[in-house]
Structure formats: C-alpha cells, structure tokens
Design a protein around this ligand. Structure first.
Ligand SMILES: Nc1ncnc2c1ncn2[C@@H]1O[C@H](COP(=O)(O)OP(=O)(O)O)[C@@H](O)[C@H]1O
Ligand SMILES: CC(=O)OP(=O)(O)O
Ligand SMILES: [Mg+2]
Length: 418
C-alpha cells in the first residue's frame, strides 16, 4: 500500500489531502483532508475532515505563510490518533505539489535538483505561488526524507493553446528568446473539471466543449474545445485576465507608469530568488478585492450592502462576462455547459445568478432553487428546465487530480530519485 500526500498551495490557502492506494485500484482512497485558509485575511482558519470527524473555522495564530500552514497541517495529521497510517514519516511514499508556473513542462516531473532550480527560475512569473510551493518542497525534504516529490503544473493543461492564441503581438525575437507568451494556469483544476463533466454528461472527452470558470482567490476562465484548452484568461503570469483577491487582473499596461514613478524599481519583497518590481508587487498583492473593499473574502463582499463591496461585485461580474461571449463564439455556439468551480464558483450563489443573467441571451438560464441550494455532488446541474444550454457546478479537487496522476504515472517515477 502506498500513501500519498497531495499538497495544493494556493495564494490564500494550503489544502492537503491524504490518500492510500494499492496496486489493484485505479482511484486513490481519501483518508483525510485539511485546509488552512485565509492566509490573506488573517487569522488563518483550519478546516479538517476525516470520516465523521469534522473541524470547521478553527482560528489559528502565528500562521501567515504557506510554509507555516504546511507544517501545521502535517503535525495535525500526524497527531490524529484516527489516522495511524501517518504516524511514521516513512509511511508517506509520494508527495504531490501543485506548482503554478511550469514554463514549458507539458506534464508532471519528479522534483530533483534540476527541476527545483527551473521552478525557482520561474518564480518571478508567479510571485504569489512558485516560491511558497518550493518552501513546502524544502520542508518535505527535511521532515519526510523518504517521500518522492512530484510537481504537477497548473500550466501543463494549456500546452495545447494554438499558436495564434498564446502569442503576444510584440517583437518576436524578444518574445521567443525570453519565452514571453500566454501560459495559462489553474490547469490541474481544469483537467479535473474536464474529466468530471465529460463523465457526468456521458460524452467522450475529445468531443467535450465547455466554458469553465475557476473562481477562487485567483480567478480565470477557460475555453475547452474537444477536451483541450483552446484559450484561457491568465497569461505569461497569473495576473492577466480576471481580478482576484489581491490582483488587479488585466488593466491598460500603461497605467502603472502613471500610478507610481517607482514602477520599475525592485519591490520590498524582492529577495534572493524573487526579483519583482514595485509594479508587480502593487498589481499582484495590493490590488483586487483587497484594494477596493479592504477584505479578500468574496463571501463577505457578496453579502455586504457597502458601496465599495457592491462595486467590487459588479466589476467581477462585468469582467467575467467580458470573456463568456467570445468563448461562446470560439466554440461556434456548440457549448455543452458553462461550469462554475473554485471557492467562489462553488459557493457564490449570487455571483452565479448575476453572471448567468448576463448570458441568458445565449441560452443559459438558472433554476433559482437549485442555484441557492445545489446538491452536494461532484457535478450538479443548476439549469432551469427550459434552458437551451446547461449550467453546472463542479466541486473541483486539485489534490485528487494530482493523486490520480501518481497512479497513472507511477511507471515513470519508479527508480528515479526526487
Ligand atoms: N459563500 C461564499 N460566497 C462567495 N464566495 C465565497 C463563499 N465562501 C467562500 N468564498 C470565497 O472563496 C474564495 C476562496 O476560494 P478557493 O478556491 O478556496 O481559494 P484558493 O484560490 O486559495 O484556492 C475566497 O475569496 C472566499 O471568500
Ligand atoms: C493560479 C492561481 O491564481 O491560483 P490560486 O487561485 O490558487 O491563487
Ligand atoms: Mg485554488
């Protein structure tokens, strides 16, 4: 029996699921799931579930980084007497790491010295993500020296973007040399959504056309044509496209030079391996919902009457709608479903209501009751009976997607150190 620890370091949370597998099964069995959330809206909170045992919203002090959150969760798991499988550190065989920017890697990689340094080099292109993920890889190497570390990249799913979609219209000699192109992110989630929705609709994956929205602390949309990424809103970095908890999303690139005279000087958080500018710091860490409302909690924003919260909510709906029409036409109107996922997509009934209202003219329409209280399923249909096109909620699970990957790829990893 193999034990897998699947670690998803997001910009505001760390989610870890524990699975056991054996040679005869093709699906990992989940034993426990722990989340530390609210890293951008302290105090951080713990969510834990193992069988019937549940903890929700327990406030934690002194947890402010993804590395702190990882260490806290690991000791919580190892001290749970109901989880004897993890009591010895050598019992954990594989650790999967969600790494947001994987550059040109088209699939998962064992993390050896070379891949580690390559991921580190890409840190400037995902300043909220790659560095924190690597801090967890280092902690695993110290605390769990027997575990094999495998990186799963958010960017890999988008390796299928057509050239005319991932190329920026800039001097191509610079673009090619510096690898400046659209990469796209949230791909582990989009792969999970593609598999889950194809299975729910009973369609072969290669004929599935969907518009998927992963709306969490970072938010993006993806146009999935024939089961593959055809276009997505994030770009060279996860800053492009939709706004998020602390990110501006797409703005006029000239804006920054009018916002501050120090746009190109190094930011305070630039360090040994992170070389970001003040402009990048402002747009990644001090913009989005935080700058408009003072909170990064979109649940609180959605239910507030304050003018600034209403504005933030309306901006999000508007920016999402900016992509739905174009993606609908890129799919020639042959759309199997509009799919909501991520913390906001799965829990934000009012946001779904307003977004779908904006695309009613395309044939989407919600059943208000189902939208308010959707079933607790992996995929739930929330469309009205007379809707021409389906709207679904998918409870995406990046940890499970990575753990399944370990089973599929085990042959590739045998005998390799990492
Ligand atoms: N009821 C709700 N309505 C709208 N948004 C919610 C609700 N509950 C939680 N959220 C939001 O979900 C977001 C976190 O999403 P998640 O996908 O878990 O984040 P991460 O990007 O860290 O993985 C937070 O902005 C949180 O406020
Ligand atoms: C890519 C990205 O923005 O991820 P997250 O939403 O987890 O911050
Ligand atoms: Mg996430």
């Amino acid at each position: 029996m193999d034990m897998i620890l699947s670690i998803n370091a997001g910009s505001s949370s760390v989610k870890i699921s524990v699975y056991k597998t054996d040679q005869s099964t093709s699906t990992p069995t989940q034993l426990a799931e722990a989340t530390v959330e609210g890293l951008t809206a302290p105090p951080a909170k713990l969510k834990y579930s193992r069988g019937d045992q549940k903890i929700k919203g327990q406030e934690l002090s002194d947890i402010s980084s993804q590395e702190d959150a990882f260490k806290y969760i690991l000791s919580h798991l190892q001290s749970d007497s109901g989880l004897p499988e993890l009591s010895k550190t050598e019992d954990i065989h594989f650790t999967c790491h969600r790494v947001v920017h994987g550059g040109d890697y088209p699939r998962s990689q064992i993390i050896d010295k070379e891949t580690y340094h390559h991921i580190e080099e890409l840190s400037d292109l995902a300043p909220l993500h790659n560095g924190p993920a690597l801090s967890i890889v280092r902690a695993v190497s110290e605390i769990l020296p027997h575990a094999k570390n495998i990186a799963y990249f958010d960017s890999s799913f988008h390796a299928t973007l057509p050239k005319h979609i991932c190329t920026y219209p800039i001097d191509q000699s610079v673009a090619v040399r510096a690898k400046l192109r659209k990469y796209g992110f949230h791909g582990i989630s989009y792969q999970f959504i593609t598999d889950a929705v194809a299975s729910y609709l009973n369609k072969p994956k290669d004929s599935l056309n969907i518009i998927a929205l992963h709306l969490g602390s970072g938010a993006s949309a993806c146009c999935i044509k024939g089961g593959r990424s055809h276009d997505t809103t994030m770009g060279l970095t996860p800053l492009a496209g939709l706004p998020g908890a602390t990110r501006s999303g797409s703005i006029d690139p000239s804006l920054m030079f009018h916002f501050t005279h120090n746009a190109s000087s190094p930011s305070h958080s630039a360090s040994g391996h992170l070389h970001i500018t003040q402009a990048e710091e402002i747009l990644n860490k001090n913009s989005g919902w935080k700058s408009l409302t003072g909170t990064t909690d979109f649940g609180a924003i959605s239910s507030s009457d304050k003018e600034e919260c209403k504005l933030a909510f309306d901006i999000f709906v508007d920016r999402i709608l900016n992509y739905l029409g174009p993606y609908f036409t890129k799919l020639g109107g042959e759309v199997d479903a509009l799919v909501f996922a991520g913390g906001i997509g799965e829990k934000g009934a009012r946001l779904r209501q307003e977004v779908v209202k904006g695309v009613e003219c395309l044939g989407f329409k919600l059943d208000m009751g189902k939208n308010e209280s959707p079933a607790d399923e992996v995929v739930t249909d929330i469309s009205a009976g007379d809707a021409k096109l389906k709207t679904l909620i998918c409870q995406t699970d990046e940890q499970l997607q990575m753990a399944k990957g370990v089973l599929d790829d085990r042959g590739r990893f045998v005998g390799k150190k990492g």
